[in-house]
Ligand binder design. Structure first.
Ligand code: NAD
Ligand code: ZN
Ligand code: ZN
Length: 381
């Protein structure tokens, strides 16, 4: 793809959030060219994640408007800024809300994906390079969201937040790997690491929890116990390899005790994907002593505190947490896409709704009603 728009301002459609909680409006905006270490992407598909909805509602966070949300997407590089050597126009990419500068101590560590420079920052609405926005309307700035702002036909992203992927991969499917699905999948495959035949408990059967269950299925777990307060979640969960369902509300004893009784002392691994601190404690206390590992994924409330008797740790249970499933976006996402391409990983079952970009507000409605898992939004260039 030769790019005759390189170096120019692009005028295109974007879904702008003018105010907290008000429907997005499709506007014609200006997108400035990428600056040092940045790339401009043509977005082809984008999907909606809970985090977009939380920050759009702006309850409890510092509101920053007007803003362009969106952080799960698939696109093509339109042009690159100064100093970008690993990406070129035409590359197929997934933008990611966290990045990999490939130079800091975290990026150089095999154990961490928490880049010092490009780690998620939900308060920043501007580019790191010059503290300015690349979006404007009639000369007035429109803020970015988590460095991605994919609810726009074109967006500018730091090159460290862009994973170059197999150009054969269908962007309308692998798009969901930009956030939630990789998070749950990686929590199981990279952090909990269940062995073949083991028993895994998954707390919370939303998109993230079901992706964790998909990881357990891929790892060859023999029993996957899904725990959720919402019984309607179980039907869908069966498609993701969840073999048994526990609703804590059906018992008058703690759910960790229910699980210990079901599994002769506890599960081998558990993955918490609820954001509820009590579920986090249960997820830890339901693993078997001697070898059990629990992984926390859910984002807790501001004042939550995790409380457990230290004996639970002394008895050789391990508690871990993860950010983005411990995947390094640039280094690791291409191989996750590879898992989809070789049919090890199934993504179709996560995509329950589709809308054209002009109807993006419907995606918000589905999520607010708790309907489905992912809504695929098709850009209409
Ligand atoms: N660590 C990370 O990098 C990362 C990345 C993305 C999302 N997340 C977090 O993962 C969590 C799950 O995201 P999601 O999009 O799947 O959310 P979701 O709301 O779709 O699903 C959460 C599920 O948990 C269930 N639940 C709530 N409290 C429960 C409890 N006490 N016991 C059992 N089940 C309970 C709900 O009924 C719901 O079905 C959220 O907290 C989200 O913020 C973390
Ligand atoms: Zn997300
Ligand atoms: Zn780094």
């Amino acid at each position: 793809m030769s790019s005759n728009t390189a170096g120019q301002v692009i005028r295109c459609k974007a879904a702008v959030a003018w105010e907290a909680g008000k429907p997005l409006e499709i506007e014609e905006v200006e997108v400035a060219p990428p600056q040092k270490s940045e790339v401009r992407l043509k977005i082809l598909f984008t999907s909606l994640c809970h985090t977009d909805v939380y920050f759009w509602e702006a309850k409890g966070q510092t509101p920053l408007f007007p803003r362009i949300f969106g952080h799960e997407a698939g696109g093509i590089v339109e042009s690159v800024g100064e100093g970008v050597t690993d990406l070129k126009p035409g590359d197929h990419v997934l933008p990611v809300f966290t990045g990999e500068c490939q130079q800091c101590r975290h990026c150089k560590s095999e154990e961490s994906n928490m880049c010092d420079l490009l780690r998620i920052n939900t308060d920043r609405g501007v580019m790191i390079h010059d503290g300015q926005t690349r979006f404007s309307k009639d000369g007035k700035p429109i803020y970015h969201f988590v460095g991605t702002s994919t609810f726009s036909e074109y967006t500018v992203v730091h090159s460290g937040c862009v994973a170059k992927i197999d150009p054969q991969a269908p962007l309308d499917k692998v798009c969901v790997l930009s956030c939630g699905i990789s998070t749950g999948l990686g929590a199981t495959l990279n952090v909990a690491k269940p062995t073949k035949g083991s028993t895994v408990a998954i707390f919370g059967l939303g998109a993230v929890g079901l992706a964790a269950a998909e990881g357990a299925r891929i790892a060859g777990a023999s029993r996957v116990i899904g725990i959720d307060l919402n019984p309607s979640r179980f039907n869908d969960a069966k498609k993701f390899g969840v073999t048994e369902f526990v609703n804590p509300k059906d018992y008058d004893k703690p759910v960790q005790q229910v699980i210990a009784e079901m599994t002769d002392g506890g599960v081998d691994r558990s993955v918490e994907c609820t954001g509820n601190v009590n579920a986090m404690i249960s997820a830890f206390e339901c693993v078997h002593d001697g070898w059990g590992v629990a992984v926390l994924v859910g984002v807790p409330n501001k004042d939550d505190a995790f409380k457990t008797h230290p004996m639970n740790l002394l008895n050789e249970r391990t508690l871990k947490g993860t950010f983005f499933g411990n995947y390094k976006p640039k280094t690791d996402l291409p191989s996750v896409v590879g898992k989809y391409m070789n049919k090890e990983l199934e993504l179709e079952k996560f995509i329950t709704h589709q809308v054209p970009f002009s109807e993006i507000n419907k995606a918000f409605e589905y999520m607010l009603k708790g309907e489905g898992l992912r809504c695929m939004i098709t850009m209409e260039h």
